[in-house]
Design a protein around this ligand. Structure first.
Ligand SMILES: [Zn+2]
Length: 326
């Protein structure tokens, strides 16, 4: 059996797994990123995690490479990290693939983390039976990726798939990317929580206040979805509003790309049926260019949860090594 190591570098944690050709996580491990201690320390932690995972390769197994998912802008052909917005300094022009790969004598390939999660869902998760797929990960930001004819689509410079930076409100709030009215600025986890904080501060009668026990810092997307599950109208209103923005972003993608599947994951996606209903209604009302209006696209929750990134990173390494796609 052939294996790859998948690594998902995050701002607070580095996750890793030894993954087999069918997408099974044979062993998984994680460690704190210690990003504040600088690039060298983070790279050493990645190496230690890989070394630990390599100890668990079953007898007779072959490791074909390492896939490294990183949260930022990379140059894929050279395996260089260009810019990581959420990790402190020093991450410009770091030849990460070489610094990790040479250490183990293993081919090592970089991939943007959101694209890795997209590939994970495509190969091993909810997207297994799709051919043309779009993925949106709704978390602290909104990431994603595009699959065309079973392959990740990267565009002309490798940055395609930034689904969270579509303008969905012409003169909306500023986004971290420099634009205004991006889906990410209006429908990410922090944006959703901010709507709930505002409602509580304005004195709305809502279970959000009770669940947070009056502490605004305890208001999270999860708490808002808990209130919505209890039928709280304020919470439901917030989720419908956010779902409208996400639905608009998805409607744009459906109109432009005609995918057969849209996979929606991340913490905000756990807001559940109310969110998906708002997304469905928005897509149905906005897309009229495909067969029967919106076409045959299905919108489904992600299947791999937090493992999508490591699974996708490993899939990337397996594919670069020439392994057939499952
Ligand atoms: Zn943006």
């Amino acid at each position: 059996m052939r294996y790859a190591v998948g690594i998902d570098l995050g701002g607070t944690r580095i996750k890793g797994a030894l993954v087999d050709g069918r997408g099974n996580l044979v062993t998984a491990a994680k460690t704190a990123t210690a990003a504040a201690q600088g690039v060298e320390v983070v790279i050493e932690r990645i190496r230690r995690l890989i070394a630990e995972l390599l100890l668990s390769v079953p007898k007779g197994g072959t490791v074909v490479g390492v896939g490294l998912a990183v949260p930022g802008v990379i140059d894929m052909p050279s395996g260089t990290v260009l810019f990581l917005p959420n990790l402190p300094g020093g991450w410009s022009d770091v030849p990460l693939a070489r610094l990790v790969g040479d250490h183990f004598g293993l081919p090592t390939h970089l991939l943007n983390d959101a694209r890795a999660a997209t590939l994970g869902e495509k190969r091993y998760g909810s997207g297994r039976n799709s051919r043309n797929m779009v993925c949106l990960t709704l978390g602290t930001g909104i990431g994603g990726g595009i699959i065309i004819n079973d392959e990740l689509y990267f565009g002309s410079e490798g940055t395609a798939g930034e689904v969270g930076h579509q303008t969905v409100e012409l003169h909306g709030p500023p986004c971290n990317c420099g634009n205004e009215g991006c889906a990410e600025a209006l429908a990410s986890g922090p944006a959703l929580a901010a709507l709930a904080v505002k409602a509580v501060m304005q004195g709305a009668t809502t279970k959000i206040r009770d669940l947070a026990e009056g502490d605004l810092n305890r208001i999270t997307p999860k708490l808002v979805s808990q209130a919505a599950a209890l039928g709280d109208p304020v919470a439901l209103g917030i989720i419908r509003k956010v779902g409208g923005y996400i639905g608009t972003a998805i409607a744009n993608l459906v109109a432009v790309l005609n995918p057969d599947m849209v996979v929606v994951g991340g913490g905000v996606a756990q807001a559940g049926p109310a969110l998906f209903q708002a997304i469905e209604e928005t897509v149905a009302s906005r897309v009229h260019v495909a067969k029967g209006g919106r076409g045959n696209v299905v919108i489904v929750p992600a299947g791999l949860g937090e493992d999508a990134g490591v699974a996708g990173a490993a899939a990337w390494a397996l594919e670069r090594a020439g392994d057939s796609r499952s």
